[in-house]
Write a protein that binds this ligand. Sequence first.
Ligand code: G6P
Length: 767
Amino acid sequence: MRLLSVRLIVSLIVGITLVSSGFSYYEALNEKRALRSDLEHRATVLSESLVGNVERSWNPGHDKDKELQRLVKRFGNREHLLGVAIYDRTGQLVAISNDLQNTFTQPPPPIIQAMNEGHEQSSFLRLGNQSLHILASPVVHDDQVVGGLAVVHDASYIRSQILLTWRRSFLRVLVQVFIIVLITLLIIRWSIAGPIARAALWMRALRTGKISFRHDVPDLAMFRPLAREVATMAESLNQARSAAVNEARLRDAAESMWTADRLSVQVRTRLNGSPLFVVSNREPYMHRRNGKDVDVVVPPSGLVTALEPILNACDGTWIAHGSGNADTEVVDPHDRLRVPPDDPRYTLRRVWLSKEEEEGYYYGFANEGLWPLCHIAHTRPLFRATDWQHYQDVNRKFTDAVLEEIAGVDKPVILVQDYHFALVPRMIKEKRPDARVAIFWHIPWPNTEAFGICPWQRQLIDGLLGADLIGFHVQSHCNNFLQTVDRVVESRVDWEHFSVQRHDHRTMVRPFPISVAFADGDSTGKDQPSFTQTYEERSSLLRSLGVEATYVGVGVDRVDYTKGILERFLAIERFLEKYPSYQGKFTFVQIGAPSRTHIKRYHDLMAEVEAEAERINWRFQGGKWKPIVFLNRQHSHKEIEPYYRAADLCLVTSLHDGMNLVAKEFLAARTDERGVLILSQFTGAARELRDALLVNPYDIEQTAEAIRVALEMEPEEKQLRVQRMRRVIKENNIYRWAGNLITELCEIRLDTQEEAHREFGAKAGVA
Ligand code: G6P
């Protein structure tokens, strides 16, 4: 700034001096001209008045010399007039004023010139150190030039006058420079340096985030437009800064957080824009005829709960059994329709099965054979050769549907679901080796001995090993599977990398704990209902059930023997027996969706559960209170939510369960961070939800005790446990499950598999 000021001042001084000097020079020149012309004018007037008299002296009868001498003497003492000199035509001096006598004895050149040319000559010249003006006029007599008259003025005063003018100009320039520099300095200080310093301070405060932009703009005088620009820039900077902070936070959170959007981006990137294909037995939407209307029903299925958000996020095609009695009425000629019905986002391709196929493949082999085989819930598996035949046929049928859907898609990515389709992976790969196929086994995989009961275990395992990736919920299921593979088929199990090499194909085996879509923003607290809201919701629920109670427990299951519903009821009975003070106060609401009722075991179970509830109610109920409310119909997610929110505890007592999503749904619904989860230690969920009250559902005493502990738990502890478990679910939600599964599948290098196998075989000396 200081350097700038010095430069500015020097420039100003030089500039002002040059301009002022130019003007002064012009002024002096003009003055000189004016003075000279004034002098010339005076000389002319004098000369004109003299020349007549002089000419007359040449007339005969005149004493020329005397008269002229008299004449010149008269003009000796006028202002600046040095005198007059008269010469004859030969240049002889005729008369001269006293003051000129020493210098003008000879005619000066203008006189000679005037006489020669016959007209006046005006001339300024220097004589010694004297500056003179000579006006020389010819003296004419009888039309003859007879002499010359010189009027001589002292012109030195003109120079003095000009010098005076220059001196005045110099002083004026000096004063101007001084005043202008002073004013400039003051302007710089007040209007530039000051505001700039204030602006710098303000900008620094902005930069360091100490003040907000617009409101604290300082008064920057003439820099106001600039200040406005800077303020806008600061605003953008601030926004950019907070965006950067936000982004960093998001990036940080994104390390652990999976959302529908992130999954959709991830899938698009991984799949390079090609669609995702999902195959499952159960469809996400069933169409059922209801008189003249067609109802849309979402079946009660953990698999559907988990996969629906993924397809919603990623689009693609879901190939499933069209099991609704109005399903055929709503599809296009290719058996497709877009779903969800009220906001279509992906394609549902329905596969039709005959009664016999459904009976043999679904009810028979899958649900009377594999389901009890894998769950070990003490219901004997039934394996019939006819069922096995149907199972193979239906697997082929689904494979054909998949091949139809993926025709024209290069390197399609296919996620096959569950125990209904153990043979599908190999069937697909035989036709489309370029396809990436994963199968996720949603139920447990038992130990080798248990699985060995299945007469077709070898074929099932071979079919599964057609996949590039096999997923289970937990590591122990992976281990059980690998041990079974090791025991049952010709293959090489790589325990270090959890993979199986069979023939020329390698299959990776990994745990992917399935989950629910944890709604965004749940943890911000803004969605949290108040205690009064929860209380009111609970009262209105109980009123609708016709029951009065202080404490409420909830259970939500398909009525399935693996879910431990009877054991749960026994535990409730024991709890009321052991802690009678809760009689009249604790009511357990069991939502039981009828499931697979075509199978006798399930049909009987429904009756058993109803009877057991009835028995216990009969034993304890009184007034408007009863211990168990059994709602034996399917409820939608929307209908179930209020029960989750109203409950003091949720009972999940599966005798064996791959994961169990009810436990996770209950926690996801508890935005109020209240409620206790009592969870069977035999569920996959128990590995993740360590803050639940873990129970052995076969141990009735333990579960009864857990109910008491849950009801008497301090609110702070309840909150802490729910918070921790919600965090686990939020981080390990269904989007992470799908993201990890798809990423893992897409990272497998299909083209090098055969090569790897050859290399390995050569090293190991295997043919
Ligand atoms: C389990 C199975 C799913 C099945 C669901 C409901 O979660 O793993 O594959 O869809 O139960 O059973 P359902 O037989 O009605 O489809």
